[in-house]
Design a protein around this ligand. Structure first.
Ligand code: FAD
Length: 506
Protein backbone atom coordinates (compact mmCIF):
# COMPACT_ATOMS: atom_id res chain seq x y z
CA UNK A 1 0.00 0.00 0.00
CA UNK A 2 1.32 3.46 -0.92
CA UNK A 3 1.62 5.98 1.91
CA UNK A 4 -0.90 8.28 0.21
CA UNK A 5 -3.51 5.48 0.24
CA UNK A 6 -3.17 4.77 3.96
CA UNK A 7 -6.08 5.62 6.18
CA UNK A 8 -5.65 6.51 9.82
CA UNK A 9 -8.16 3.76 10.55
CA UNK A 10 -5.67 1.01 9.73
CA UNK A 11 -4.62 0.64 13.33
CA UNK A 12 -3.75 -2.65 14.97
CA UNK A 13 -6.76 -3.63 17.12
CA UNK A 14 -5.88 -7.14 18.26
CA UNK A 15 -2.54 -8.41 19.53
CA UNK A 16 -1.98 -12.09 20.31
CA UNK A 17 0.99 -13.10 22.47
CA UNK A 18 2.14 -16.72 22.38
CA UNK A 19 3.75 -17.63 25.71
CA UNK A 20 3.37 -16.63 29.33
CA UNK A 21 6.93 -16.70 30.63
CA UNK A 22 8.69 -13.54 31.77
CA UNK A 23 8.72 -12.27 28.17
CA UNK A 24 5.03 -12.91 27.56
CA UNK A 25 3.76 -11.28 30.72
CA UNK A 26 6.19 -8.35 30.50
CA UNK A 27 4.98 -7.70 26.95
CA UNK A 28 1.32 -8.08 27.93
CA UNK A 29 1.69 -5.71 30.89
CA UNK A 30 3.54 -3.13 28.80
CA UNK A 31 0.97 -3.20 25.98
CA UNK A 32 -1.96 -3.01 28.38
CA UNK A 33 -0.36 -0.15 30.25
CA UNK A 34 0.47 1.73 27.05
CA UNK A 35 -2.70 1.22 25.03
CA UNK A 36 -5.28 0.64 27.74
CA UNK A 37 -8.32 -0.96 26.12
CA UNK A 38 -7.69 0.58 22.69
CA UNK A 39 -6.05 -2.70 21.73
CA UNK A 40 -7.35 -6.15 22.72
CA UNK A 41 -4.45 -8.27 24.00
CA UNK A 42 -4.82 -12.05 24.25
CA UNK A 43 -2.10 -14.30 25.70
CA UNK A 44 -1.96 -18.04 25.02
CA UNK A 45 0.12 -20.18 27.37
CA UNK A 46 0.29 -23.75 28.47
CA UNK A 47 0.67 -24.65 32.14
CA UNK A 48 1.59 -28.16 31.04
CA UNK A 49 4.56 -26.91 28.99
CA UNK A 50 5.54 -24.40 31.68
CA UNK A 51 8.24 -21.74 31.51
CA UNK A 52 12.03 -21.82 31.53
CA UNK A 53 11.74 -20.89 35.21
CA UNK A 54 15.11 -19.21 35.71
CA UNK A 55 16.23 -15.62 35.29
CA UNK A 56 16.63 -13.96 38.61
CA UNK A 57 19.28 -11.28 38.23
CA UNK A 58 18.75 -7.96 36.49
CA UNK A 59 20.62 -4.79 35.55
CA UNK A 60 19.61 -1.17 36.29
CA UNK A 61 17.56 -0.79 33.09
CA UNK A 62 14.86 -2.79 34.95
CA UNK A 63 13.78 0.49 36.59
CA UNK A 64 12.61 1.77 33.20
CA UNK A 65 10.32 -1.20 32.75
CA UNK A 66 8.99 -1.21 36.31
CA UNK A 67 8.13 2.47 35.91
CA UNK A 68 6.51 1.86 32.53
CA UNK A 69 4.11 -0.67 34.02
CA UNK A 70 3.63 1.36 37.19
CA UNK A 71 5.14 -1.01 39.75
CA UNK A 72 5.45 0.29 43.28
CA UNK A 73 8.99 -0.61 44.36
CA UNK A 74 8.12 -1.74 47.89
CA UNK A 75 5.22 -3.93 46.68
CA UNK A 76 7.44 -5.36 43.96
CA UNK A 77 10.24 -6.18 46.44
CA UNK A 78 7.74 -7.85 48.76
CA UNK A 79 5.89 -9.89 46.15
CA UNK A 80 8.89 -11.12 44.19
CA UNK A 81 11.07 -11.80 47.30
CA UNK A 82 13.62 -9.46 45.75
CA UNK A 83 16.96 -8.23 47.05
CA UNK A 84 19.05 -5.29 45.86
CA UNK A 85 21.95 -5.76 43.46
CA UNK A 86 24.95 -3.42 43.23
CA UNK A 87 26.84 -5.45 40.62
CA UNK A 88 28.52 -8.80 40.01
CA UNK A 89 31.49 -10.31 41.81
CA UNK A 90 33.65 -12.37 39.44
CA UNK A 91 35.66 -15.05 41.22
CA UNK A 92 38.51 -17.03 39.60
CA UNK A 93 37.82 -15.66 36.11
CA UNK A 94 41.18 -14.06 35.40
CA UNK A 95 42.79 -17.08 37.05
CA UNK A 96 42.31 -19.16 40.21
CA UNK A 97 42.41 -17.07 43.40
CA UNK A 98 41.59 -13.77 41.69
CA UNK A 99 38.39 -11.78 42.19
CA UNK A 100 37.04 -8.48 40.95
CA UNK A 101 33.75 -6.59 41.00
CA UNK A 102 31.72 -5.20 38.11
CA UNK A 103 29.75 -2.41 39.84
CA UNK A 104 26.68 -0.55 38.62
CA UNK A 105 27.09 3.23 38.59
CA UNK A 106 30.28 5.18 38.09
CA UNK A 107 33.91 5.07 39.14
CA UNK A 108 35.32 8.12 40.92
CA UNK A 109 33.35 11.31 40.52
CA UNK A 110 32.54 13.50 37.55
CA UNK A 111 35.40 16.02 37.42
CA UNK A 112 35.85 18.48 34.57
CA UNK A 113 38.29 17.91 31.72
CA UNK A 114 38.61 14.23 30.95
CA UNK A 115 36.83 10.96 31.83
CA UNK A 116 37.70 10.09 35.41
CA UNK A 117 39.40 6.80 34.66
CA UNK A 118 42.08 8.64 32.64
CA UNK A 119 42.92 10.53 35.82
CA UNK A 120 43.26 7.21 37.63
CA UNK A 121 45.44 5.82 34.82
CA UNK A 122 47.63 8.95 34.90
CA UNK A 123 48.00 8.77 38.69
CA UNK A 124 48.92 5.12 38.36
CA UNK A 125 51.43 5.78 35.58
CA UNK A 126 53.06 8.30 37.93
CA UNK A 127 53.49 5.72 40.68
CA UNK A 128 50.26 5.90 42.73
CA UNK A 129 49.34 2.24 43.10
CA UNK A 130 45.60 2.52 43.72
CA UNK A 131 43.31 -0.40 42.73
CA UNK A 132 40.35 0.53 40.55
CA UNK A 133 37.99 -1.02 43.13
CA UNK A 134 38.87 1.75 45.63
CA UNK A 135 37.18 4.23 43.27
CA UNK A 136 33.77 2.57 43.20
CA UNK A 137 31.31 3.30 45.99
CA UNK A 138 29.01 0.49 44.75
CA UNK A 139 31.88 -2.01 44.86
CA UNK A 140 33.00 -0.80 48.29
CA UNK A 141 29.46 -1.10 49.66
CA UNK A 142 29.07 -4.59 48.16
CA UNK A 143 32.32 -5.73 49.79
CA UNK A 144 30.90 -4.58 53.15
CA UNK A 145 27.40 -6.00 52.54
CA UNK A 146 25.88 -2.54 52.62
CA UNK A 147 23.37 -0.84 50.38
CA UNK A 148 22.18 2.65 49.51
CA UNK A 149 20.22 4.07 46.63
CA UNK A 150 21.73 6.71 44.33
CA UNK A 151 21.23 10.33 45.36
CA UNK A 152 19.92 12.84 42.83
CA UNK A 153 22.33 15.57 44.05
CA UNK A 154 25.18 15.37 41.51
CA UNK A 155 27.77 16.66 44.00
CA UNK A 156 27.10 13.81 46.42
CA UNK A 157 29.27 10.70 46.12
CA UNK A 158 25.99 8.76 46.44
CA UNK A 159 25.07 9.99 42.94
CA UNK A 160 27.70 7.59 41.54
CA UNK A 161 25.68 4.53 42.67
CA UNK A 162 23.45 2.39 40.49
CA UNK A 163 21.35 -0.62 41.44
CA UNK A 164 19.12 -3.38 40.15
CA UNK A 165 17.37 -6.39 41.72
CA UNK A 166 17.53 -10.12 42.17
CA UNK A 167 14.03 -11.59 42.20
CA UNK A 168 12.07 -14.79 41.85
CA UNK A 169 11.30 -14.83 38.12
CA UNK A 170 8.17 -16.96 38.60
CA UNK A 171 6.78 -14.51 41.14
CA UNK A 172 7.68 -11.57 38.88
CA UNK A 173 5.76 -13.10 35.97
CA UNK A 174 2.82 -13.79 38.31
CA UNK A 175 2.90 -10.19 39.56
CA UNK A 176 2.90 -8.88 35.99
CA UNK A 177 0.13 -11.30 35.05
CA UNK A 178 -2.01 -9.78 37.81
CA UNK A 179 -1.34 -6.29 36.47
CA UNK A 180 -1.96 -7.31 32.86
CA UNK A 181 -5.18 -9.19 33.56
CA UNK A 182 -6.35 -6.31 35.74
CA UNK A 183 -5.78 -4.02 32.76
CA UNK A 184 -7.89 -6.18 30.44
CA UNK A 185 -5.48 -8.77 28.97
CA UNK A 186 -7.25 -12.09 28.25
CA UNK A 187 -5.33 -15.24 29.14
CA UNK A 188 -6.11 -18.42 27.26
CA UNK A 189 -4.88 -21.74 28.63
CA UNK A 190 -3.97 -24.25 25.94
CA UNK A 191 -1.38 -25.57 23.55
CA UNK A 192 -0.76 -24.18 20.12
CA UNK A 193 -1.76 -26.68 17.42
CA UNK A 194 -1.58 -24.75 14.14
CA UNK A 195 -0.78 -21.31 12.85
CA UNK A 196 -3.25 -19.95 10.26
CA UNK A 197 -1.64 -17.78 7.54
CA UNK A 198 -2.95 -15.48 4.84
CA UNK A 199 -2.28 -17.13 1.47
CA UNK A 200 -1.37 -13.79 -0.12
CA UNK A 201 0.72 -11.87 2.39
CA UNK A 202 1.95 -14.84 4.43
CA UNK A 203 0.93 -12.93 7.55
CA UNK A 204 -0.35 -14.93 10.49
CA UNK A 205 -4.12 -14.58 10.84
CA UNK A 206 -4.79 -16.75 13.91
CA UNK A 207 -3.34 -19.21 16.42
CA UNK A 208 -5.41 -22.35 16.75
CA UNK A 209 -5.16 -24.38 19.96
CA UNK A 210 -5.34 -28.16 20.37
CA UNK A 211 -8.91 -27.79 21.61
CA UNK A 212 -9.85 -25.81 18.50
CA UNK A 213 -9.97 -22.29 19.99
CA UNK A 214 -9.06 -19.75 17.30
CA UNK A 215 -7.20 -16.62 18.43
CA UNK A 216 -7.32 -14.10 15.58
CA UNK A 217 -5.11 -11.01 15.57
CA UNK A 218 -3.44 -8.27 13.56
CA UNK A 219 -0.07 -8.57 15.29
CA UNK A 220 1.47 -11.68 16.88
CA UNK A 221 4.24 -11.61 19.48
CA UNK A 222 6.31 -14.75 19.77
CA UNK A 223 7.17 -15.25 23.44
CA UNK A 224 7.23 -19.05 23.18
CA UNK A 225 10.79 -19.23 24.52
CA UNK A 226 13.44 -21.51 23.01
CA UNK A 227 10.73 -23.22 20.92
CA UNK A 228 10.31 -20.03 18.84
CA UNK A 229 7.12 -21.49 17.40
CA UNK A 230 6.11 -18.44 15.36
CA UNK A 231 9.32 -16.66 14.35
CA UNK A 232 11.12 -19.91 13.50
CA UNK A 233 8.40 -22.56 13.29
CA UNK A 234 6.07 -20.54 11.07
CA UNK A 235 8.26 -17.78 9.61
CA UNK A 236 11.62 -19.63 9.43
CA UNK A 237 13.79 -16.73 10.50
CA UNK A 238 17.05 -18.73 10.72
CA UNK A 239 19.58 -18.66 13.58
CA UNK A 240 23.07 -17.20 13.79
CA UNK A 241 25.11 -19.60 15.91
CA UNK A 242 27.66 -17.96 18.25
CA UNK A 243 28.73 -21.13 20.07
CA UNK A 244 32.28 -20.94 18.64
CA UNK A 245 32.71 -17.83 20.85
CA UNK A 246 30.39 -18.80 23.68
CA UNK A 247 30.65 -22.60 23.91
CA UNK A 248 28.56 -23.10 27.05
CA UNK A 249 25.37 -24.88 26.00
CA UNK A 250 23.91 -26.27 29.22
CA UNK A 251 22.97 -25.16 32.69
CA UNK A 252 21.99 -26.99 35.82
CA UNK A 253 19.99 -24.83 38.25
CA UNK A 254 19.16 -25.48 41.89
CA UNK A 255 17.83 -23.33 44.74
CA UNK A 256 19.33 -23.72 48.20
CA UNK A 257 18.58 -22.52 51.70
CA UNK A 258 19.88 -19.08 52.59
CA UNK A 259 23.01 -18.90 54.69
CA UNK A 260 23.48 -15.80 56.87
CA UNK A 261 22.98 -12.27 55.57
CA UNK A 262 21.84 -11.61 51.99
CA UNK A 263 24.51 -10.04 49.82
CA UNK A 264 23.69 -7.12 47.50
CA UNK A 265 25.41 -8.67 44.47
CA UNK A 266 25.40 -11.66 42.15
CA UNK A 267 28.44 -13.90 42.33
CA UNK A 268 29.86 -15.62 39.27
CA UNK A 269 32.57 -18.17 39.95
CA UNK A 270 34.56 -19.59 37.02
CA UNK A 271 34.81 -23.37 37.08
CA UNK A 272 36.51 -26.08 35.06
CA UNK A 273 34.09 -25.98 32.12
CA UNK A 274 32.05 -22.83 32.67
CA UNK A 275 30.87 -20.84 35.65
CA UNK A 276 28.50 -20.97 38.61
CA UNK A 277 26.03 -18.27 39.59
CA UNK A 278 24.86 -17.41 43.08
CA UNK A 279 21.85 -15.12 43.39
CA UNK A 280 20.58 -14.26 46.89
CA UNK A 281 16.82 -13.78 47.34
CA UNK A 282 14.89 -13.06 50.52
CA UNK A 283 13.72 -16.66 50.98
CA UNK A 284 16.41 -18.73 49.22
CA UNK A 285 19.54 -18.54 47.11
CA UNK A 286 19.44 -19.31 43.38
CA UNK A 287 22.39 -21.26 41.97
CA UNK A 288 23.35 -22.67 38.61
CA UNK A 289 26.30 -24.05 36.70
CA UNK A 290 26.52 -22.87 33.08
CA UNK A 291 28.89 -25.22 31.23
CA UNK A 292 30.06 -26.57 27.90
CA UNK A 293 28.76 -30.12 27.40
CA UNK A 294 31.76 -30.77 25.16
CA UNK A 295 33.96 -30.51 28.26
CA UNK A 296 31.77 -31.73 31.12
CA UNK A 297 29.05 -34.33 31.70
CA UNK A 298 25.73 -33.43 33.34
CA UNK A 299 26.59 -35.66 36.31
CA UNK A 300 29.92 -33.95 36.88
CA UNK A 301 28.24 -30.53 36.58
CA UNK A 302 25.57 -31.53 39.12
CA UNK A 303 28.23 -32.80 41.54
CA UNK A 304 30.20 -29.52 41.31
CA UNK A 305 27.06 -27.43 41.67
CA UNK A 306 25.80 -29.31 44.72
CA UNK A 307 29.22 -29.23 46.36
CA UNK A 308 29.29 -25.44 46.16
CA UNK A 309 26.07 -24.22 47.77
CA UNK A 310 25.59 -21.89 50.76
CA UNK A 311 23.03 -24.20 52.35
CA UNK A 312 20.93 -27.30 51.84
CA UNK A 313 19.69 -27.90 48.26
CA UNK A 314 15.93 -27.33 48.12
CA UNK A 315 15.33 -29.40 44.96
CA UNK A 316 17.06 -31.65 42.47
CA UNK A 317 19.14 -29.73 39.88
CA UNK A 318 17.14 -28.94 36.75
CA UNK A 319 18.99 -29.01 33.42
CA UNK A 320 18.48 -26.71 30.46
CA UNK A 321 20.03 -26.73 26.98
CA UNK A 322 20.66 -23.73 24.77
CA UNK A 323 22.70 -22.43 21.88
CA UNK A 324 24.29 -18.98 22.04
CA UNK A 325 23.19 -16.83 19.12
CA UNK A 326 20.36 -14.82 17.69
CA UNK A 327 17.56 -15.17 15.19
CA UNK A 328 18.63 -13.78 11.82
CA UNK A 329 15.33 -11.90 11.71
CA UNK A 330 13.25 -10.99 14.73
CA UNK A 331 10.27 -9.34 13.02
CA UNK A 332 8.82 -10.96 9.91
CA UNK A 333 5.48 -9.87 8.45
CA UNK A 334 3.23 -9.46 11.49
CA UNK A 335 5.28 -11.67 13.86
CA UNK A 336 7.67 -10.07 16.35
CA UNK A 337 9.98 -12.16 18.56
CA UNK A 338 10.57 -11.06 22.16
CA UNK A 339 12.53 -12.99 24.80
CA UNK A 340 14.23 -16.34 24.31
CA UNK A 341 12.49 -16.82 20.95
CA UNK A 342 14.71 -14.00 19.58
CA UNK A 343 18.02 -15.55 20.66
CA UNK A 344 20.05 -16.44 23.71
CA UNK A 345 23.04 -15.03 25.51
CA UNK A 346 24.07 -16.79 28.71
CA UNK A 347 23.20 -14.98 31.95
CA UNK A 348 26.81 -13.97 32.73
CA UNK A 349 25.89 -10.27 32.78
CA UNK A 350 22.17 -10.77 33.52
CA UNK A 351 21.07 -9.37 30.18
CA UNK A 352 18.09 -11.50 29.05
CA UNK A 353 15.40 -9.63 30.93
CA UNK A 354 16.99 -6.42 29.68
CA UNK A 355 16.72 -7.76 26.12
CA UNK A 356 13.01 -8.45 26.69
CA UNK A 357 12.56 -4.82 27.78
CA UNK A 358 14.63 -3.66 24.88
CA UNK A 359 12.39 -5.61 22.47
CA UNK A 360 9.30 -4.11 24.10
CA UNK A 361 10.71 -0.57 23.95
CA UNK A 362 11.60 -0.96 20.28
CA UNK A 363 8.21 -2.45 19.48
CA UNK A 364 6.48 0.51 21.13
CA UNK A 365 8.70 2.99 19.29
CA UNK A 366 8.09 1.25 15.97
CA UNK A 367 4.51 0.16 16.66
CA UNK A 368 3.02 -0.76 13.27
CA UNK A 369 -0.32 -0.26 11.61
CA UNK A 370 -2.14 -3.23 10.12
CA UNK A 371 -0.26 -2.90 6.84
CA UNK A 372 2.95 -3.94 8.70
CA UNK A 373 5.33 -1.56 6.99
CA UNK A 374 8.43 -3.72 6.31
CA UNK A 375 10.70 -0.73 7.06
CA UNK A 376 9.65 -1.01 10.71
CA UNK A 377 10.58 -4.68 10.77
CA UNK A 378 13.99 -3.94 9.25
CA UNK A 379 14.64 -1.22 11.81
CA UNK A 380 13.62 -3.51 14.70
CA UNK A 381 15.94 -6.22 13.40
CA UNK A 382 18.85 -3.81 13.04
CA UNK A 383 18.43 -2.33 16.50
CA UNK A 384 17.94 -5.64 18.32
CA UNK A 385 20.86 -7.20 16.43
CA UNK A 386 23.09 -4.28 17.48
CA UNK A 387 22.03 -4.75 21.11
CA UNK A 388 22.82 -8.43 21.04
CA UNK A 389 26.11 -8.01 19.17
CA UNK A 390 27.28 -5.52 21.74
CA UNK A 391 26.38 -7.78 24.67
CA UNK A 392 27.94 -10.76 22.88
CA UNK A 393 31.30 -8.93 22.62
CA UNK A 394 31.17 -8.00 26.28
CA UNK A 395 30.56 -11.63 27.30
CA UNK A 396 33.33 -12.92 25.04
CA UNK A 397 35.78 -10.56 26.77
CA UNK A 398 35.22 -12.44 30.05
CA UNK A 399 36.06 -15.77 28.43
CA UNK A 400 38.94 -14.56 26.30
CA UNK A 401 41.05 -12.51 28.74
CA UNK A 402 41.97 -15.25 31.18
CA UNK A 403 44.95 -17.29 32.29
CA UNK A 404 42.87 -20.33 33.29
CA UNK A 405 44.24 -23.55 31.92
CA UNK A 406 41.42 -26.09 31.48
CA UNK A 407 40.38 -27.15 27.92
CA UNK A 408 37.39 -24.78 27.71
CA UNK A 409 39.49 -21.80 28.79
CA UNK A 410 42.44 -22.70 26.57
CA UNK A 411 39.99 -22.67 23.67
CA UNK A 412 38.40 -19.33 24.55
CA UNK A 413 41.79 -17.73 25.23
CA UNK A 414 43.20 -18.81 21.88
CA UNK A 415 40.05 -18.33 19.74
CA UNK A 416 39.75 -15.58 17.20
CA UNK A 417 37.49 -12.91 18.66
CA UNK A 418 35.14 -10.54 16.76
CA UNK A 419 36.99 -7.59 15.17
CA UNK A 420 34.80 -5.17 17.10
CA UNK A 421 35.98 -6.64 20.41
CA UNK A 422 39.60 -6.89 19.28
CA UNK A 423 39.49 -3.17 18.41
CA UNK A 424 38.07 -2.26 21.81
CA UNK A 425 40.73 -4.24 23.66
CA UNK A 426 43.43 -2.70 21.51
CA UNK A 427 42.20 0.86 22.11
CA UNK A 428 42.11 0.26 25.86
CA UNK A 429 45.59 -1.27 25.88
CA UNK A 430 47.06 1.61 23.92
CA UNK A 431 45.63 4.59 25.78
CA UNK A 432 42.85 3.52 28.13
CA UNK A 433 40.15 4.46 25.63
CA UNK A 434 36.85 2.62 26.06
CA UNK A 435 35.24 3.37 22.68
CA UNK A 436 31.66 3.08 23.92
CA UNK A 437 28.98 3.85 21.30
CA UNK A 438 26.00 6.05 22.13
CA UNK A 439 23.54 3.10 21.98
CA UNK A 440 25.73 0.56 23.78
CA UNK A 441 24.09 -1.03 26.80
CA UNK A 442 27.36 -1.43 28.69
CA UNK A 443 28.96 1.94 29.32
CA UNK A 444 32.44 3.09 30.34
CA UNK A 445 32.33 1.78 33.92
CA UNK A 446 31.30 -1.72 32.83
CA UNK A 447 33.96 -2.09 30.14
CA UNK A 448 36.57 -0.62 32.47
CA UNK A 449 35.63 -3.00 35.31
CA UNK A 450 35.84 -6.10 33.15
CA UNK A 451 38.91 -5.08 31.10
CA UNK A 452 40.85 -4.22 34.24
CA UNK A 453 39.35 -7.13 36.18
CA UNK A 454 40.31 -9.66 33.53
CA UNK A 455 43.87 -8.34 33.49
CA UNK A 456 43.93 -6.14 30.39
CA UNK A 457 46.28 -3.26 31.23
CA UNK A 458 46.27 0.22 29.69
CA UNK A 459 49.78 1.36 28.70
CA UNK A 460 48.87 5.03 28.49
CA UNK A 461 46.01 7.49 29.04
CA UNK A 462 44.31 10.31 27.17
CA UNK A 463 46.83 13.18 26.81
CA UNK A 464 44.12 15.63 27.90
CA UNK A 465 44.79 14.34 31.45
CA UNK A 466 48.22 15.99 31.19
CA UNK A 467 46.54 19.39 31.34
CA UNK A 468 46.11 18.68 35.06
CA UNK A 469 49.39 18.77 36.92
CA UNK A 470 50.51 15.48 38.44
CA UNK A 471 50.31 16.50 42.10
CA UNK A 472 46.84 18.02 41.78
CA UNK A 473 45.58 15.00 39.86
CA UNK A 474 46.95 12.57 42.40
CA UNK A 475 45.56 14.59 45.31
CA UNK A 476 42.09 14.65 43.73
CA UNK A 477 42.08 10.93 42.97
CA UNK A 478 43.29 10.23 46.52
CA UNK A 479 40.60 12.51 47.93
CA UNK A 480 37.84 10.64 46.09
CA UNK A 481 39.13 7.24 47.22
CA UNK A 482 39.21 8.60 50.80
CA UNK A 483 35.68 10.00 50.46
CA UNK A 484 34.41 6.58 49.32
CA UNK A 485 36.26 4.81 52.14
CA UNK A 486 34.74 7.23 54.68
CA UNK A 487 31.21 7.19 53.23
CA UNK A 488 30.75 3.41 52.97
CA UNK A 489 30.70 2.55 56.71
CA UNK A 490 28.10 5.27 57.33
CA UNK A 491 25.57 3.53 55.05
CA UNK A 492 23.18 0.76 56.19
CA UNK A 493 23.70 -2.98 55.87
CA UNK A 494 21.87 -4.61 52.95
CA UNK A 495 19.45 -6.58 55.14
CA UNK A 496 18.63 -3.43 57.14
CA UNK A 497 18.05 -1.40 53.95
CA UNK A 498 15.79 -4.14 52.62
CA UNK A 499 13.87 -4.44 55.89
CA UNK A 500 13.28 -0.68 55.85
CA UNK A 501 11.81 -0.94 52.34
CA UNK A 502 9.64 -3.90 53.30
CA UNK A 503 8.37 -2.37 56.55
CA UNK A 504 4.55 -2.39 56.74
CA UNK A 505 2.97 0.91 55.88
CA UNK A 506 5.64 1.98 53.43
P1 FAD B 1 9.82 -19.17 28.62
O1 FAD B 1 9.96 -18.87 30.05
O2 FAD B 1 10.32 -20.48 28.14
O3 FAD B 1 8.27 -19.07 28.28
C1 FAD B 1 7.72 -19.66 27.12
C2 FAD B 1 6.23 -19.65 27.21
O4 FAD B 1 5.70 -20.15 25.99
C3 FAD B 1 5.65 -20.50 28.33
O5 FAD B 1 4.56 -19.85 28.94
C4 FAD B 1 5.14 -21.74 27.60
O6 FAD B 1 4.08 -22.36 28.27
C5 FAD B 1 4.70 -21.12 26.29
N1 FAD B 1 4.63 -22.09 25.22
C6 FAD B 1 5.66 -22.74 24.62
N2 FAD B 1 5.17 -23.60 23.70
C7 FAD B 1 3.82 -23.45 23.70
C8 FAD B 1 2.76 -24.06 22.97
N3 FAD B 1 2.98 -25.01 22.05
N4 FAD B 1 1.50 -23.68 23.23
C9 FAD B 1 1.26 -22.72 24.17
N5 FAD B 1 2.21 -22.12 24.90
C10 FAD B 1 3.47 -22.50 24.65
N6 FAD B 1 17.74 -13.72 32.40
C11 FAD B 1 18.08 -12.68 33.18
O7 FAD B 1 17.76 -11.54 32.87
N7 FAD B 1 18.80 -12.88 34.33
C12 FAD B 1 19.23 -14.11 34.69
O8 FAD B 1 19.83 -14.25 35.76
C13 FAD B 1 18.94 -15.21 33.85
N8 FAD B 1 19.37 -16.45 34.13
C14 FAD B 1 19.13 -17.46 33.25
C15 FAD B 1 19.70 -18.72 33.44
C16 FAD B 1 19.52 -19.74 32.51
C17 FAD B 1 20.16 -21.06 32.71
C18 FAD B 1 18.69 -19.52 31.38
C19 FAD B 1 18.44 -20.61 30.40
C20 FAD B 1 18.11 -18.28 31.19
C21 FAD B 1 18.34 -17.25 32.09
N9 FAD B 1 17.81 -15.99 31.88
C22 FAD B 1 18.16 -14.96 32.70
C23 FAD B 1 16.89 -15.77 30.77
C24 FAD B 1 15.46 -15.72 31.29
O9 FAD B 1 15.13 -16.92 31.95
C25 FAD B 1 14.52 -15.54 30.12
O10 FAD B 1 14.90 -14.45 29.36
C26 FAD B 1 13.12 -15.27 30.60
O11 FAD B 1 12.70 -16.22 31.50
C27 FAD B 1 12.17 -15.19 29.45
O12 FAD B 1 11.85 -16.42 28.95
P2 FAD B 1 10.69 -16.48 27.87
O13 FAD B 1 9.47 -15.89 28.46
O14 FAD B 1 11.19 -15.94 26.57
O15 FAD B 1 10.50 -18.06 27.66
Amino acid sequence: MKDAERQPGDRVRQVVILGGGTAGWMTAAALARTFGRRIAVTLLESDEIGTVGVGEATIPTIHWFNELVGLDEAAFLRETKATFKLGIEFVDWRGPGHRYFHPFGQYGAPLPGVAFHHRWLKARAEGYDLPLAALSLAGTLAAQNRFAKPAAEARSILSTLGYAFHFDAGLYARHLRGLAEGAGVTRVEGKLATVARDGGTGHVTALVTETGARLAGDLFIDCSGFRALLIEGAMQAGYEDWSHWLPCDRAGAVPCARGGETTPYTRSTAREAGWQWRIPLQHRTGNGYVYASRHLSDDAAAATLLANLDGEALAEPRFLRFLAGRRRRTWIGNVVAIGLSSGFLEPLESTSIHLIQSGIAKLLTLFPDRDMDPALARRYDTLLAADMDNIKDFLILHYHATTRDEPLWRHTRAMEIPDTLAARIDHYRRAGRLMVGSDDLFRDASWLAVLDGQGVTARDYNPVADTIDAATNRAQVEQIAALIARAAPTLPGHDAALAAMLAPGR
